[in-house]
Every structure is written in C-alpha cells, then in structure tokens.
Write a protein that binds this ligand. Sequence first.
Ligand code: ADP
Length: 484
Amino acid sequence: MLNLKDPSLLRQQCFIDGEWRDADNAATITVTNPATGETLGTVPRMGALETARAIAAANAAWPAWRKKSARERSVILREWNDLMIENADDLALIMTAEQGKPLLESKGEIAYAASFIEWFAEEGKRIEGDTLQSPWADRRLVVTKEPIGVCAAITPWNFPAAMITRKAGPALAAGCPMVVKPAELTPFSALALAELAARAGMPKGVFSVVTGDSRAIGGEMTGNPLVRKLTFTGSTQVGRVLMEQCAPTIKKLSLELGGNAPFIVFDDADLDAAVEGAIGSKYRNAGQTCVCANRLYVQDGVYERFAEKLVAAVEKLKVGNGQDIGVTQGPLIEEKAVQKVEQHIADALSKGARLLTGGKRHALGHSFFQPTVIADVTSNMQVASEETFGPLAPLFRFDTEDDVIAMANDTEFGLAAYFYSRDIGRVWRVADALETGMVGVNTGLISTEVAPFGGVKQSGLGREGSRYGIDDYLVVKYICMAGM
Ligand code: ADP
C-alpha cells in the first residue's frame, strides 16, 4: 500500500457541507493503480441526491463567504496553498498511484496546483469596478463586480489536482462556493485537497467534493438552478453534452476541451531545442494532456535530421512504474487509451506511414506503451484530425509557411500550438496566423498560473489562470445613481 507520512490524506469518503460522507445507498467505486492493477481503495458512488445536498450547502454558505473581505478569503486560501506544499510528497504519491505519471511529474503538478491557489489568493484583492463618465449632469454611473454564485466543476483524470485548483482558486477568491466532481479514475487527489481545505479553515459548504456516477452528478450540476456556473475540463464530446444540459437554466460556462496541437519545426529552427521541446510537449504525462503536441510538422530541409534526433531522444525515455526513480513515462490511464494509440498507429501504417521507433504495447504489460515515432504521416490519417492522447509522435512533412499554417489550422480544435523558428518576421506572422488560444514559440511548455489558459473554436470557452481567469467567476453590475 501507499507509504504516506500522513495516511489521513487518503480519504475514502466524500466531503460535503464540511463533513465526510458515504453514498446514501453505501455504494462504492473501486480505484486502481494503472501501473500494477492493484486496488488502492474505494470512494462513494454518489448520485443526484447527494449532489443536490452539496449544492444546497454551497448555496447556504454563499452569503457569508461573499461577505468576507478579499483578504479574509485570501488568508484561508493562502493556508490551503501552504498545506499543499507541506504535504507535496504525500499528495504526489497519491497522484502517481491513481494516475500513473512519474513521481517527479506528480510533484511538479502539486506545485503547479498550489500556485493557482496562491495566485488567486492575491488576485482576489484586485477585483476592481469602474466609474463611467455620465451623459447626465444629475447622475453617476458605477460598475461593480460580484461573485457569480454557486459554481460546479467537473474535472478530468490527467491532472487530478491542478484542474481542480485552477477552477477553485479563482472561484473561491472571487467569493463563490464550489462543488467539484473529480474523474472517477483519480478521486483520491481531489479528496486529499478537500482534507487540506478543511484543515486550512475553509468554512463548511464552501468547497465540497462529490464522487460517483458522472451522468447522475453531471445531470444535477447542470440542471440545478442554484448552480450559476459550470466549469468543465475534459473532452469536446462531453463538453457539448454539458453545454446542452446547461441551456435550460442559462448557466455561465467555462469549457477547457480537446486539443489537436500542431508542433511546427521550420528549416531555420534550432533542432536540438525543437527536439527537447517535442519530448516535453509530446511525452509528458505519456502524451495525455490536452496541450500535447499531436501533429508534428517538419519542413523538408530538416525533416530527416529532426526525425533522427527525435528518435534518439525518444529511445532514451524510460518506461515504468511512476514510483520508481528515473522513470520518465508511466502507464496510460486505462486499456481504452492503449487501444486508441494502437488504432492510430495501425491506421497510419496501413496508409503508408513509416514506423521509426516503438509502436507496440510495452513488455511491462498493463497499460504501458512504447514511446512511438512514425514518419511520412499525411492528412488523410486519423492522427491528423483526432487527439491521440498517448505517446505517439506523428511526423508530417511540409514545404512552405503558408502550407503549414493551412494544415495547422485545418481542425475543429484550437487550444495550443507550438513552432520553432529563429526568423523574427516569421515568428510574428505565424504566431498571428495560428487559430489557437495559446502559442509556444521555441518552447514546448507554456503553462503557468500567471498566463491565460484556454482555447478557441471547439476547444472551449473562457480562460483559466492569470488576471483574466477570475473574470469567469464574476458578474458585472451597473448602478445608475440619480436624484442628486
Ligand atoms: P477525458 O477524455 O479526460 O476522459 P471526459 O470528458 O470523458 O474526458 O471526462 C472528463 C470528466 O467528465 C470526468 O470527470 C468524467 O467523469 C466526466 N464526464 C464524462 N461524461 C459525463 C457526463 N455525461 N456528464 C457529466 N460528466 C461527465
């Protein structure tokens, strides 16, 4: 079992209205370690009724929470941040056990997760309104910003902690309570965060975590009129369903959905830097991030050399149990994920792609997969239009800047894009032309709490992190003061 310094961080109940609870019918979900298949424990299989209770508790907690000064809320958030940092080793162990990512990446995620709480603890103090120039001599026009109200969050398994804090940080700082439904595959990270929130002095009902049946919980979160806003990170397909379910009660929505990130290497790129960026962007979290490079476009003049260097770097990656020292790639989250990677490889090879390295399930069994590179990939292959969400780098070849921009934008998605070039004119042209919410120039890693994360097109709505991120949890009120 897990060797935690503080075993009480592994919670097997839900946190609702400040109390640890089981499902009404005592049903549970079993959580397993993807690297070993062993059972880690169980969490309650809750449904609509328990979710409605958490929402009601949040609504009851809202008036007192919003009345607190930004600084009072900040003190609690700051304490929550500090507790995450203090318990980072345990939180990372829990994360690696349920999610599979290497321990070093888990530790990195805990620091990243905490950074959103720290950032918004401060940002909450800077929510400012406006006074407008009045067109009337006897009136003053004022704009204030208010917390939107009870927020519901549905989060994915690929970043079990950070996708929660990136939502909870701005919501709580703005004065909104939040009910979170974590992914059923990685609930322990979420429950550990709830335990730390309680220890930090979070008032009851302000932050609840409900685990269980995603349709039943999602149905209540989207249908309940007390919920004023839904924030979701996950697939575009589920995002569409949730958006539809929110329509009858006209909820404000933040959606961080799928990506299909292009990663472009121009002839004038620093190839070693591009390889390093590609490794980070493609193989981090075994390729299971929504900003992972999904299509690597390499210009004719450097195509073979880049491919060679990339293969050499990929062959140095070490696959294994994320808990073991030196491992750089853990298992995929589940069997279904492996099948998708296999399907993309088979489809590409059947249409003429060349296998350069990897291509198969790893000898370790379970859901381990070999880091893979394929070349001569073309736009008629599945990898061109679908997110692989696995350790597969498909290399496309291109000729001109215009060609690659057209190919990069030829997708319904628009989350992140990356490109490598040292020509300053080209850097601006391409950065402007890419239809995505985020662009990495000469880097494969762009995420930070101080920058706005989010997409365009069918990659979603709204922004998370940064000073823009808090707007998603605020509503604007216009006050017209007459009778002077
Ligand atoms: P991923 O590709 O990350 O697995 P999903 O969109 O399937 O993306 O899942 C993201 C989150 O959405 C998870 O917490 C999952 O339980 C939840 N989810 C999936 N289907 C639904 C649904 N119909 N209603 C509400 N939540 C859902």
